[in-house]
Design a binder for this molecule. Structure first.
Ligand code: SAM
Length: 296
């Protein structure tokens, strides 16, 4: 079982739900079982040795701790939404990043959690309930169907966009490629699938940038493919700059940046599936108020 192997080499991460528990109390509790360190990048994330198993731990069962990887936990943190803001989580189920946002926003303001898939909406609602957050509104529907000029979104200042992706950054997926069943047919199928995913990713990112009061947009995937990452970002750059957005640098201290396929890709953040034990990608757009009028 490949996921077993995965579990043995990767450090275990656990995110403290600060709506219910503070980080130091969580460390104290977990130290009774495992060696625990605070993550150097995400302040509410704790790191434990590979193989640490907290699935049935009471603090996980009661929503004080969430089992959430490092890449995933960097996304809501990169958005830096302030307490009291209105925020959209565009593709939200099962809701790990949604409730992380709620925790970072100290339970204040409003989060609109959008999710298309009905079964996954149920999981989203369970996650929200477990987290104790009371400021999350679930919208069951297509993010692309939200009208950016609708007055109900007039106060939305930040959008987190974590769309469906190939998942190629997870080691299980990469090891699958080594199995004999992976034929050339699959490769062809993969490229069609990647293309379809990228079409949606580009549309959704352009849509996120078009909400008038939005000043911060985070785009993330757990993919290693340029077509779902740098290429998606570069495709929206002309639109982004016409709307007054520029690329910012999430976690400037992080060494591994975007593939250098366009000017500005050094702002992007990548995690490497081997070196960092998971493949992940984060882009951050921020509005500077300076609309680019330089083009004729
Ligand atoms: N952000 C989630 C988390 O951290 O728990 C994971 C999101 S998952 C990568 C992408 C989600 O987007 C899926 O649940 C999928 O059903 C949903 N989705 C796909 N297309 C969508 C659309 N057009 N509008 C809203 N949600 C969509």
């Amino acid at each position: 079982d490949l996921s077993q192997l995965n579990g043995h080499i990767k450090p275990r991460y656990v995110r403290v739900n600060t709506l219910k528990m503070d980080v130091d109390s969580a460390v104290q509790e977990l130290e009774k079982l495992y060696k625990v360190e605070k993550d150097e990048t995400v302040p509410d994330l704790l790191v434990m040795p590979p193989g640490s198993d907290l699935h049935a731990h009471p603090l996980v069962m009661n929503g004080r701790l969430f089992l959430q990887g490092k890449g995933s936990s960097m996304v809501a943190a990169a958005l830096q939404a302030e307490a009291g803001w209105e925020v959209i989580d565009a593709c939200s189920a099962p809701g790990n990043k949604t409730v992380h946002l709620a925790s970072l926003m100290k339970g204040q303001g409003k989060i609109i959690a959008c999710e298309l898939n009905e079964e996954r909406v149920k999981r989203l609602e369970q996650t929200i309930k477990l987290s104790g957050a009371t400021n999350i509104e679930v919208f069951h529907g297509d993010f692309l169907s939200l009208n950016p000029t609708d007055p109900s979104f007039a106060k939305v200042r930040a959008i987190l966009l974590d769309p469906s992706c190939s998942g190629s950054g997870t080691i299980t997926d990469r090891l699958d490629h080594l199995l004999p069943s992976h034929s050339t047919d699959n490769t062809n199928y993969d490229s069609i699938r990647l293309h379809k995913l990228a079409v949606f990713q580009k549309k959704a990112l352009a849509h996120a940038l078009s909400f008038p009061q939005v000043e911060r947009v985070v785009y993330s995937t757990c993919s290693i493919h340029q077509i779902e990452n740098e290429d998606v970002v570069s495709s929206v750059l002309p639109l982004a700059s016409s709307l007054g957005f520029e690329l910012s640098t999430p976690f400037p201290q992080w060494q591994r940046r975007g593939l250098s396929v366009f000017t500005g890709s050094e702002h992007l953040l990548r995690m490497d599936p081997v070196e960092d034990k998971e493949g992940f990608f984060i882009a951050l757009f921020t509005k500077t108020n300076k609309i680019d009028n330089s083009k004729p």
